[in-house]
Design a protein around this ligand. Structure first.
Ligand code: SF4
Length: 325
């Protein structure tokens, strides 16, 4: 679906296990295979606790998978250490849900934006002011904001500062973890517009974590749906409305609020709650909530199968052409 020459990051068979009490094991990510392409956005959606943040944290080396590899331009970042890892961090940056938590409240905006540049020796202290102003303007804020402190700014303005700080090192990838969900809807829209504008200008690959499928669909190029640590569907965003196949994806779509909704019709939703990640059943992880569950679903875990190029589904309702169920 995308041009393979634009492939930047290739995560292969990534699994993360955590030891829990009573010698039990929690599998936060199970054999995840995902790719990021230059200038494209991959939206990763799913309910809280499904493993989407765990996966994205591997990309910025905040955690390491138990198994698998994450190739960035062919080099496995899960094995990088010391100075190699430090230098690589410049290329993959992260924007968090609450930027205040990652800002030092005693630092002025000028220092917050320029700190990464100084840490990597990319500018001299005397260049700070000009650089801060340049990046403030890039995120559509006035240059005078360089003299402010984070607490003198609104939530939307702070998130713009977080984006400025993330792009100042000219990264190839930005990971955004629910980066707009704490903002008012109108501010959310302007931040998404800013992200799209910067992506077009700088050809950055974005990994965007969200639980809101409607929001992701509005600007992502590809969507991966995660359930209890498993990728259950990967689909081009423009095909979501017409080709979404996995019952869980369809349930998420049914739950998207739309102002033009016909409230006289029953809203499709998942009735029960997801099982504990410590208690994932054999077979399909979605079986207890799926209205189309079959015998095979309780015995065999479905793996991702490509239905058409760029569209993969892990569900026994779908089999590859020529394959017998
Ligand atoms: Fe439902 Fe079976 Fe598909 Fe799982 S594999 S989503 S239980 S139909």
């Amino acid at each position: 679906m995308f041009d393979e020459k634009d492939l930047i990051l290739d995560a292969k068979h990534v699994t993360r296990r955590f030891l829990a009490s009573n010698n039990r094991t929690l599998v936060a990510c199970n054999d995840v295979n995902l790719r990021l392409y230059r200038g494209k956005t991959l939206g990763l959606v799913g309910e809280s606790g499904c493993g989407k943040s765990t996966f994205m944290r591997f990309l910025v080396s905040l955690d390491t998978p138990t198994e698998g590899e994450i190739l960035f331009h062919g080099k496995d970042i899960t094995r990088m250490k010391g100075e190699v890892l430090r230098q690589n961090r410049q290329k993959i940056q992260m924007v968090f849900q609450d930027p205040s938590g990652s800002f030092n409240p005693k630092m002025k905006i000028r220092d917050i934006i320029c700190e990464p540049l100084l840490n990597f020796g990319r500018i001299h202290k005397r260049e700070k002011d000009a650089m801060a102003r340049k990046y403030l303007e890039l995120v559509d804020l006035p240059g005078e904001f360089a003299d402010r402190y984070p607490h003198n700014m609104s939530g939307g303005q702070r998130q713009r500062i977080a984006i400025a700080r993330a792009i100042v090192l000219e990264p190839e990838i930005i990971v955004m973890d629910e980066a707009t969900c704490a903002l008012d809807v109108s501010v959310q829209k302007t931040i998404i517009e800013l992200i799209v504008k910067l992506q077009k200008e700088k050809q950055i690959a974005i990994g965007f974590i969200a639980h809101d499928l409607g929001l992701i669909q509005s600007f992502a190029h590809q969507i991966a749906v995660m359930y209890l640590g498993n990728i259950v569907e990967v689909i081009p965003a423009e095909l979501l409305n017409t080709h979404a196949a996995h019952p869980y994806t369809k349930a998420l779509m049914g739950a998207v609020f739309d102002i033009h909704m016909d409230f006289s019709k029953k809203i499709e939703s998942i009735e029960s709650e997801a099982p504990s990640p410590l208690d994932v059943p054999e077979g399909c992880p979605f079986q207890d909530r799926c209205g189309q569950c079959m015998d095979i679903c309780r015995q065999v875990r479905p793996t991702l199968k490509e239905l058409i190029p760029g569209h993969e589904v892990a569900c026994h309702l779908f089999v590859k052409e020529g394959e017998k169920q």
